[in-house]
Design a protein around this ligand. Sequence first.
Ligand SMILES: Nc1ncnc2c1ncn2[C@@H]1O[C@H](COP(=O)(O)OP(=O)(O)OP(=O)(O)O)[C@@H](O)[C@H]1O
Ligand SMILES: [Mg+2]
Length: 289
Amino acid sequence: MRALDLKDVRFKYQGSSTWALDNVSLEIEKGEFVTILGANGSGKSTICMLANGLIPHAIQGNLEGIVRIFGFDVKEHKVADFTTKVGMVFQEPESQLFCMSVEEEVAFGPENLAVPRDEIRERVEWALELVGMKGYNDRSPFSLSGGEKQRVAIAAALSMRPEMLVLDEPAYALDPIGRIELYSVLRSLKEKHGMTVLLAERDAEEAAAFSDRLVLMKGGRILGSGPPRLMLRNPQDLRAIGVNPPQVAEVAALLNTRLMRSKFSFLNVNEAEKAIVDEVLALKPGGRQ
Ligand SMILES: Nc1ncnc2c1ncn2[C@@H]1O[C@H](COP(=O)(O)OP(=O)(O)OP(=O)(O)O)[C@@H](O)[C@H]1O
Ligand SMILES: [Mg+2]
C-alpha cells in the first residue's frame, strides 16, 4: 500500500473554468521524501490539499480520477479519517498557530482526539525534541522567530503521530540557514522514523539536496519526476517550469558542456568540491598521490 496514489486526477475549483490539475498521476511510497517543484499557479498547493483530503471535502470543486491516501479512497472517507494519517503544515506558520503557549499548540490536536493526559505530555515532549524545540513549552508562539514558528507548526502536526507530513512551501519565510535546518529536520524524520514527506517548493536549492525525488509541475500537469540527480542533469528543464536550478547543478552542466562529456553531477557544494579536486589531481603530472 502506498502513502499516496493519484491516478488520472483532474480538479477544477468551484466557480473556475479551468482545471487546476489536469491528468495528474503520482505515486508516493511510504517513507519517501518527495518535493513538488513548480512556479506560481502550477498546482502544488492543490496536490497538497488532495493529499490530506481537504479536497474534495472542505474545498469544493469538480474532482475526477482516483485519490487514495494510505489505500483509502478520499471520496469514500471524511477529512477526519485522515487527520491521524497526514499532518499538514502550511506556508505561513502564523495561520496555524493560535494558542497561548508552544505546549498548548502542540497538545491541541491530540487533545481534540481525547488522547489521555499522560500520553499527550509524552507526545508533546517527543515532537518538540524531534524539531529541536525542547524547553520552549511555555513560550508564546508569537514570540518566536519565523523558523521557530515553522518548527512548532511541524511539532503540532507530529503530535498527531501521522504517517505522512505534507508541507506547502514551509521554508518560504525562512533565511538560508533556517531553510537548511528545516530540511535537515524533515530528512531526519524520514531517516529515523520512516516518515513519508511531501513538500511543495518553488526553490530547488535545498529540495535537490534533501529529497529522494523531485516532481516538476507546470500548468496543472506533471512534466517529469525522478531522483534529483537525474532531474538536474538538464538545468533548463527546471527553468522551463519557472524554477531556478541549484547553482551547483548549473556548474555541473556547464563543465559537462565545456569538457564535452556528462561526467559531473552535483547536488551540493561538497560533492562539487570533491569531484573537481579529484579531477584536478588526476590531471597533475604523476596522477593522484
Ligand atoms: N480557491 C480557488 N478557486 C479557484 N481557483 C483556484 C483556487 N485556488 C487555486 N486556484 C487555481 O488553481 C491553479 C493551481 O493553484 P495552486 O494554488 O495549486 O498553485 P501553486 O502551485 O500552489 O501556486 P503558488 O506557488 O502561487 O502557491 C491556479 O490556476 C489557481 O489560480
Ligand atoms: Mg501554493
